[in-house]
Design a protein around this ligand. Structure first.
Ligand code: FES
Length: 118
Protein backbone atom coordinates (compact mmCIF):
# COMPACT_ATOMS: atom_id res chain seq x y z
CA UNK A 1 0.00 0.00 0.00
CA UNK A 2 1.32 3.44 -0.92
CA UNK A 3 1.87 6.03 1.75
CA UNK A 4 -1.27 8.01 2.31
CA UNK A 5 -3.67 5.79 0.45
CA UNK A 6 -6.75 4.50 2.19
CA UNK A 7 -8.52 1.20 1.68
CA UNK A 8 -12.18 1.97 0.99
CA UNK A 9 -13.74 -1.42 0.30
CA UNK A 10 -13.48 -4.70 -1.53
CA UNK A 11 -14.18 -4.51 -5.27
CA UNK A 12 -17.18 -6.77 -4.83
CA UNK A 13 -18.92 -4.16 -2.70
CA UNK A 14 -19.44 -2.03 -5.80
CA UNK A 15 -21.75 -3.25 -8.55
CA UNK A 16 -22.52 -1.34 -11.72
CA UNK A 17 -25.08 1.40 -11.03
CA UNK A 18 -25.54 0.02 -7.54
CA UNK A 19 -25.20 1.47 -4.09
CA UNK A 20 -22.31 3.75 -3.30
CA UNK A 21 -19.84 2.93 -0.56
CA UNK A 22 -19.51 5.92 1.72
CA UNK A 23 -16.37 6.94 3.56
CA UNK A 24 -14.73 10.11 4.79
CA UNK A 25 -11.77 12.12 3.57
CA UNK A 26 -9.99 15.18 4.85
CA UNK A 27 -10.81 18.23 2.76
CA UNK A 28 -9.30 21.60 3.66
CA UNK A 29 -8.57 20.34 7.15
CA UNK A 30 -12.05 18.97 7.86
CA UNK A 31 -13.64 15.56 7.63
CA UNK A 32 -15.87 15.42 4.60
CA UNK A 33 -18.24 12.70 3.40
CA UNK A 34 -17.31 10.96 0.18
CA UNK A 35 -18.39 7.95 -1.84
CA UNK A 36 -17.32 5.58 -4.57
CA UNK A 37 -19.56 4.05 -7.21
CA UNK A 38 -19.09 1.70 -10.11
CA UNK A 39 -20.20 2.84 -13.55
CA UNK A 40 -19.64 0.83 -16.76
CA UNK A 41 -17.21 -1.35 -14.87
CA UNK A 42 -15.01 1.43 -13.57
CA UNK A 43 -14.85 2.85 -10.07
CA UNK A 44 -15.27 6.61 -9.56
CA UNK A 45 -15.14 8.61 -6.36
CA UNK A 46 -16.46 12.02 -5.35
CA UNK A 47 -16.98 14.17 -2.33
CA UNK A 48 -20.55 13.62 -1.21
CA UNK A 49 -21.36 17.28 -1.63
CA UNK A 50 -23.75 18.69 -4.18
CA UNK A 51 -22.54 21.55 -6.40
CA UNK A 52 -25.72 23.48 -5.64
CA UNK A 53 -25.57 23.51 -1.84
CA UNK A 54 -23.28 21.56 0.49
CA UNK A 55 -25.72 18.69 0.89
CA UNK A 56 -25.08 14.97 0.58
CA UNK A 57 -26.56 13.41 -2.54
CA UNK A 58 -28.04 10.18 -1.13
CA UNK A 59 -31.80 9.83 -0.97
CA UNK A 60 -31.17 6.77 1.18
CA UNK A 61 -27.73 5.86 2.43
CA UNK A 62 -25.58 4.96 -0.57
CA UNK A 63 -28.36 5.54 -3.11
CA UNK A 64 -27.01 8.17 -5.49
CA UNK A 65 -27.91 6.89 -8.96
CA UNK A 66 -31.02 8.08 -10.78
CA UNK A 67 -33.79 5.65 -11.65
CA UNK A 68 -32.03 4.68 -14.88
CA UNK A 69 -28.88 3.79 -13.01
CA UNK A 70 -26.86 5.95 -15.34
CA UNK A 71 -26.33 9.39 -13.78
CA UNK A 72 -25.90 10.53 -10.20
CA UNK A 73 -28.70 12.61 -8.73
CA UNK A 74 -28.92 14.83 -5.68
CA UNK A 75 -31.92 13.93 -3.58
CA UNK A 76 -32.48 17.47 -2.33
CA UNK A 77 -33.32 19.40 -5.52
CA UNK A 78 -32.53 16.94 -8.31
CA UNK A 79 -29.22 18.13 -9.76
CA UNK A 80 -27.75 15.42 -11.99
CA UNK A 81 -24.12 14.55 -12.55
CA UNK A 82 -22.17 12.24 -14.80
CA UNK A 83 -21.20 9.18 -12.78
CA UNK A 84 -18.04 8.88 -14.88
CA UNK A 85 -16.77 12.45 -14.53
CA UNK A 86 -18.81 14.27 -11.90
CA UNK A 87 -19.78 16.89 -14.49
CA UNK A 88 -23.05 18.73 -13.84
CA UNK A 89 -25.59 17.53 -16.40
CA UNK A 90 -28.63 19.52 -15.34
CA UNK A 91 -30.65 21.01 -12.55
CA UNK A 92 -29.57 23.53 -9.95
CA UNK A 93 -25.86 22.60 -9.93
CA UNK A 94 -25.56 25.29 -12.63
CA UNK A 95 -22.41 23.83 -14.17
CA UNK A 96 -20.61 23.12 -10.90
CA UNK A 97 -19.23 19.58 -10.95
CA UNK A 98 -18.77 17.21 -8.06
CA UNK A 99 -15.30 17.25 -6.52
CA UNK A 100 -13.61 14.16 -7.96
CA UNK A 101 -11.41 11.84 -5.94
CA UNK A 102 -8.45 9.84 -7.15
CA UNK A 103 -9.36 6.22 -6.59
CA UNK A 104 -7.70 3.04 -7.74
CA UNK A 105 -8.96 -0.49 -7.99
CA UNK A 106 -6.35 -3.21 -7.80
CA UNK A 107 -6.10 -6.77 -6.54
CA UNK A 108 -9.79 -6.86 -5.67
CA UNK A 109 -9.75 -3.75 -3.53
CA UNK A 110 -10.59 -0.06 -3.97
CA UNK A 111 -8.29 2.62 -2.61
CA UNK A 112 -8.56 6.36 -2.10
CA UNK A 113 -5.43 8.14 -3.32
CA UNK A 114 -6.21 11.84 -3.08
CA UNK A 115 -8.50 14.64 -4.23
CA UNK A 116 -8.67 16.11 -7.72
CA UNK A 117 -9.24 19.69 -6.66
CA UNK A 118 -7.77 21.39 -9.67
S1 FES B 1 -28.64 20.64 -2.76
FE1 FES B 1 -28.34 19.25 -4.44
S2 FES B 1 -29.68 19.98 -5.96
FE2 FES B 1 -29.89 21.42 -4.34
Amino acid sequence: MDRGELLICASGALVDSGRAVRFEVEYFGERAPAFVVRCAGRVHGYLNRCGHMPMELDWREGEVFDLNGRDLICSTHGATYSAASGKCLGGPCGGTPLVALQVEERDGKVYFKGIDDG
